[in-house]
Write a protein that binds this ligand. Structure first.
Ligand code: FAD
Length: 450
């Protein structure tokens, strides 16, 4: 079968849905959205765990309370999404050693301040190296060695870089962060957005322009348009295509382009660094960790950097659920994805017994999301180097003929975040609408008798 429309959108994550909404609002109704999985949301994804819904992808709305308002916070407020204030800066004061002692506050604060100063020095040194003919005597950065230094190094670089250098999300939108705590899930925001332009019934999208379980495998393009092939053998034709697949997917061989994408584009894609971020959920028969103000986050200091370091109790979001979350990143994420979940459970329990004693109960449930081995993701989000080149973004974003790129990775200021995905979708559709207008003008001039 061959269906034809103006625009094909690949991917129904927040960028794809936002892009589709902008097109619809501007009169482009004949579109088709092809989504590889059985659901919308992409990296915004709830999953049933131990009797409730938890967020295995994005969990926070980051950047609230500043001069400008975060558009995702606005969406959340409008749709009545339940959230709770969350402050992971308390983690640095709840650091456990392997015998279950908490480091004294002054010791923790001192280690933290030294790590921040060293990170700032390192950043300055890098900046200076990038400037021609400035020579300076630079102090070498501190190399973290002890378990507490390693734990702090881990949270500083993976969670709190805003302490070291300005991050647009926090400077623009404010420093507060809210954890989504809603049974309908973070993805409720996407359903609310979709309601504006797709046919829905009882909260489900029944519009046949949204095609689920459609894995795009080939994109054939020319200046006249695109033909897309999906893995189940269907074909779709359109004048334009908006591609929202993650940069991890673009780096993989899931989608073949014909002709191949130009070198400047593939080079820009290959240069992006993708972070793997894994939230492991554990459910217990009862609580054995401290609760109350200042306890939401705690750290496990171990001699291996990033080894079950960062813990969060879910009492604020899901009171009485007895759920803990431990976050792994990058190499540790990849390592646990390769092993069985029983092995991961054993390791996590080992860390917890070091901190809380051997008498604590075993977890009754474990959930280990696998973003790295997910062929529709290949990682969690992008991480551009702090001193990145603006031309690099231009390359990631720029269209190739009728192919328009979108997704968090195409947003220069807010890449890596939900609001980056959302704003990139709006941006890309506005660029496409502009291209369509120009094309229309050209055609009118050509067909004009004068
Ligand atoms: P996606 O959501 O990935 O959407 C792309 C869609 O394309 C997907 O649905 C995918 O299935 C589909 N697709 C891919 N390939 C194909 C194909 N070949 N054919 C058809 N469809 C295809 N951000 C925050 O702001 N706060 C957080 O707390 C936060 N935490 C995170 C934690 C984790 C574990 C992860 C994974 C991400 C987190 N993020 C967070 C980042 C945030 O989730 C993303 O930046 C954002 O959701 C990306 O949206 P997107 O539309 O760009 O991409």
């Amino acid at each position: 079968s061959l269906s034809s429309s103006s625009v094909i959108i690949v991917g129904a994550g927040i960028s794809g849905i936002a892009a589709a909404k902008v097109l619809a609002e501007n009169g482009v109704q004949d579109m088709v959205i092809l989504e590889a999985t059985e659901r919308i949301g992409g990296r915004i994804r709830k999953e049933e765990f131990g009797g409730l819904n938890v967020e295995i992808g994005a969990g926070w709305i980051q950047g609230v309370g500043g001069k400008q308002s975060n558009p995702v916070w606005e969406l959340a407020t409008k749709s009545g999404l339940k959230t709770c204030y969350s402050d992971y800066s308390n983690a640095r004061f709840n650091i456990y050693d392997q015998s279950g002692n908490i480091f004294p506050r002054e010791v923790a604060a001192d280690s933290y301040n030294r790590a921040v100063e060293s990170a700032i020095r390192e950043l300055r040194n890098e900046e200076e190296e990038n400037l021609p003919s400035i020579s300076s005597i630079t102090e070498p950065p501190m190399v973290p060695k002890t378990p507490i230094e390693l734990a702090i190094d881990f949270i500083l670089h993976d969670f709190e870089m805003a302490e070291v250098e300005p991050i647009a999300t926090y400077t623009d939108f404010g420093e507060r962060e809210f954890l989504v705590a809603d049974e309908r899930g973070y993805e409720h925001l996407l359903y609310k957005m979709a309601e504006n332009f797709l046919l829905t019934k009882d909260g489900d999208i029944i519009d046949n322009r949204l095609k689920l379980n459609k894995v795009v495998s080939e994109v054939e393009y020319s200046k006249n348009g695109v033909t897309v092939k999906t893995e189940d053998g269907s074909f779709y034709k359109a004048k334009y295509i908006i591609l929202s697949a993650s940069v991890g997917v673009l780096q993989s061989d899931l989608i073949t382009f014909s002709p191949p994408l130009p070198k400047w584009k593939t080079e820009a894609i290959q240069k992006v660094d993708v972070i793997v971020y894994t939230k492991i959920f554990l459910k217990f028969p009862y609580k054995f960790w401290p609760c109350g103000p200042g306890t939401e986050f705690f750290l496990y200091a171990h001699e291996k950097r990033g080894y079950y370091t960062f813990w969060q109790h879910m009492e604020n979001a899901y009171p009485g659920s007895n759920i803990l979350v431990v976050t792994l990143t990058n190499e540790e994420s990849k390592r646990v994805e390769r092993q069985g979940d029983e092995e991961t459970l054993k390791e996590a329990m080992g860390a917890l017994r070091d901190m809380f004693g051997s008498q604590i109960p075993d977890a009754s449930h474990i959930l280990v999301p696998k973003w790295w081995n997910n062929r529709f993701q290949r990682g969690s989000y992008t991480n551009y180097p702090i001193l990145s080149n603006p031309l690099h973004f231009a390359g990631i974003k720029a269209p190739v003929g009728p192919i328009f790129f979108t997704g968090e990775h195409t947003h220069e200021r807010f890449n890596g975040y939900v609001h980056g995905g959302y704003l990139s979708g709006i941006d890309t559709s506005n660029n496409l609408l502009e291209a369509m207008r120009k094309e229309e003008e050209r055609r009118t001039i050509q067909s004009s008798p004068f």
